[in-house]
Structures are given as structure tokens and as C-alpha cells.
Design a protein around this ligand. Structure first.
Ligand SMILES: NC(=O)c1ccc[n+]([C@@H]2O[C@H](COP(=O)([O-])OP(=O)(O)OC[C@H]3O[C@@H](n4cnc5c(N)ncnc54)[C@H](OP(=O)(O)O)[C@@H]3O)[C@@H](O)[C@H]2O)c1
Length: 308
């Protein structure tokens, strides 16, 4: 009885703390007229809220999605919510390297500027393979965005000062990269953690390489968020997750604030390459700041996507 009482009391205290502690909102109201922002997977979840937040500030927003129907509907919603007609969509499948190359070519032909690239789309813990034979989490979450960013880097440099923001997760800390087996695809949760650590290394190396070239990079942990990510799981697991989310998650609008902050605020410029949470730089485990590992991952990724 005593143990049960303690557990219930602890849970109540935890929930009270969670519900009373407010997440920071991005209060920077800088206008983004004339700026172009590209958001991968911006038709739902955190990406859609980010799109609204940036369109409200006057940016031209392009969401890159694999399903044209869902994207069209999202464009209508984002336009309505932001009172801006300057919102477009383009087709992109990040689990297919050819689709990324075709998309980049089309975007470069169409858009003369690219001021902010937001690598938002992500696959949660699933055991699947991309069209090119990479494990879904590593191949899509990391390699897809790695190739996309590299193909668009020239335009980002021409539009300098520009920014690259990559969505990662605090789950990075539960795994290290195995350079003998980057394509690891055994325990779903671990594949996700590794891909999110790769997002952090990628951001750090990109920031180092672009030093003095006008392109800065940031990685963002959005928190535990009530979005669409559970749609990849079975109905029973989804129901359990739904309950956990109702109790512990934050809404997408709150989660998007740190991404928006990194896209607009001047104060982030002094934290190039850093990891952000709740609209401020956050500490990483020392192994996630390993320069050697970041460089090694960059070189391995170049080989894997045939980037010369
Ligand atoms: N939610 C959380 O608690 C949480 C926590 C930490 C980090 N994050 C990270 O935050 C980011 C956004 O997550 P979210 O919660 O907003 O997830 P979400 O609601 O599931 O949205 C994911 C987006 O990625 C798109 N996507 C999936 N496969 C794709 C592909 N092959 N090509 C292009 N786009 C594809 C989805 O489009 P479709 O509808 O077509 O699949 C969707 O637009 C992810 O990188 C995630 O890892 C989320």
C-alpha cells in the first residue's frame, strides 16, 4: 500500500511539474520577406507548425513531401493559418537517392535563393530498407538529408548568410556509431538512436566546413511530441503510445519553436554547430562531440551516396 501510494504521489508530482512548466516560445518577430525556406516533410507534425511559424514571418516556404495529395492539403492549411500565399510544395522521397537528386535539380532551377534548409522529415524506430538498400533510419534520417544538403550547399552559400537546421533527438545518447556497420538494422530503437546521433555529427562537421562561408548549422531536439510518428506502429502499440503521449508529450506548435528560433534569431549565430533544445543551446554527452567521429561519418557518407 505504502509503495503504491509513493508511486502514485510521484506520478502526480511529475505530471504537475510537466503541466506547469511552460516550454519557451520563439519571441523573435523578425520579418523574413525575400527569404526562402525549405522544410522536408512539412505536411504534418513539427514540420507543418514550423512552416506556419516561418510563413507568418513573411518567408517563402517550400515543403518537400513524398505524397502530393497530402502536401497540397497542407499547403492550403499553412496558407490559411499564416495568411500568406507564399507557400509551395515539391515532391521528394528521402528514402530514394535518385528522387533527392531529381528534387535538388528541380529546386535549383526554380529557386534563385535558399536561405534556410530545415532537415525535418524523420522515420521513427522501424526496421525497413530504403530503395538503395540502406537501413531506413540511417539511410533516410541521415544519408537522405546528407545528400540533399550537399546538393543544395552551393545555393545556400550564394544566399549567405544562410542556415541548415536538422531535427535530431535526445535519444542519440543511447547508442554510439559502429563504423564497421553503419547500416545496422537489428533493434529498431537503436537504429533510430544511431541515425539521430548521425544528425548531430553531420551538423557539427557541416558547421566546421562552412566556417567563414556564411552558412551556419544547428541540430534541434524538439522534445517528446504529439505528432504523427506513431502511425508507423501496430494498432495496439499505437494505443499505448497515445496514452503516454497524452500524459507526457508537448504539442507540435510548442515543439516547432526551437526550430523557428534557430531559423530566425541572431543570437544563435554565436553557437554554430550546436545542439538546441527549448530555444537555447543544450549540453551534449562528450561522445557526441567527437570531432574525429563526425569527420569519419562525413567521409563514409560521401562514399555511401556517391558524392564526389
Ligand atoms: N515526435 C517526437 O517526439 C520527436 C522527438 C524527437 C525528434 N523528433 C524528430 O522530429 C522530426 C519531425 O518529427 P515529427 O514528430 O513531426 O514526425 P511526423 O509527424 O511523423 O512527420 C514526419 C514527416 O516525415 C515525412 N516522411 C516520412 N518518410 C519520408 C520520405 N521517405 N521522404 C520524405 N518525407 C518523409 C512524413 O511524411 P509522410 O506522411 O509521407 O510519411 C512526415 O511529413 C523527425 O526528424 C523526428 O525524428 C521527433
Amino acid at each position: 500500500m505504502y509503495v503504491l501510494g509513493t508511486v502514485v504521489a510521484s506520478l502526480v508530482c511529475f505530471l504537475l511539474l510537466k503541466w506547469t512548466k511552460k516550454r519557451r516560445f520563439c519571441l523573435d518577430t523578425k520579418r523574413l520577406h525575400g527569404k526562402t525556406v525549405l522544410i522536408t516533410g512539412g505536411h504534418c507534425g513539427i514540420g507543418k507548425e514550423t512552416a506556419i511559424g516561418l510563413a507568418v514571418r513573411g518567408a517563402r516556404v517550400i515543403i518537400a513531401c513524398r505524397d502530393a495529395g497530402k502536401a497540397e492539403e497542407a499547403v492550403r492549411e499553412i496558407r490559411r493559418a499564416s495568411c500568406s500565399m507564399n507557400v509551395q510544395h515539391m515532391e521528394l522521397d528521402l528514402a530514394n537517392l535518385q528522387s533527392i537528386r531529381d528534387f535538388s535539380e528541380a529546386l535549383l532551377k526554380r529557386e534563385k535563393r535558399l536561405d534556410v534548409l530545415i532537415n525535418n522529415a524523420g522515420m521513427p524506430c522501424v526496421l525497413d530498407w530504403t530503395d538503395d538498400g540502406f537501413s531506413m533510419c540511417f539511410g533516410f534520417n541521415h544519408l537522405g538529408h546528407f545528400l540533399l544538403t550537399n546538393l543544395l550547399l552551393g545555393r545556400l552559400k550564394e544566399s549567405a548568410p544562410s542556415r541548415v537546421i536538422s531535427l535530431t533527438s535526445s535519444m542519440y545518447k543511447y547508442q554510439k556509431l559502429d563504423f564497421q556497420d553503419l547500416n545496422y538494422n537489428i533493434v529498431p530503437f537503436f537504429t533510430y538512436c544511431r541515425s539521430k546521433l548521425a544528425n548531430i555529427y553531420f551538423t557539427q562537421e557541416l558547421a566546421r566546413m562552412m566556417e567563414g562561408k556564411g552558412v551556419t548549422a544547428y541540430s534541434v531536439h524538439p522534445g517528446f511530441v504529439h505528432s504523427n510518428w506513431t502511425s508507423h506502429f501496430s494498432t495496439v502499440f499505437r494505443m499505448i503510445l497515445w496514452l503516454v503521449m497524452v500524459l507526457f508529450s508537448v504539442p507540435c506548435e510548442a515543439a516547432a519553436q526551437t526550430v523557428i528560433h534557430c531559423a530566425v534569431a541572431d543570437e544563435v549565430l554565436q553557437h554554430n554547430g550546436k545542439f538546441f533544445f527549448d530555444c537555447q543551446p543544450a549540453k551534449l554527452h562528450p561522445f557526441a562531440e567527437d570531432e574525429g567521429a563526425a569527420k569519419k561519418l562525413w567521409e563514409a557518407s560521401e562514399r555511401m551516396v556517391n558524392l564526389t
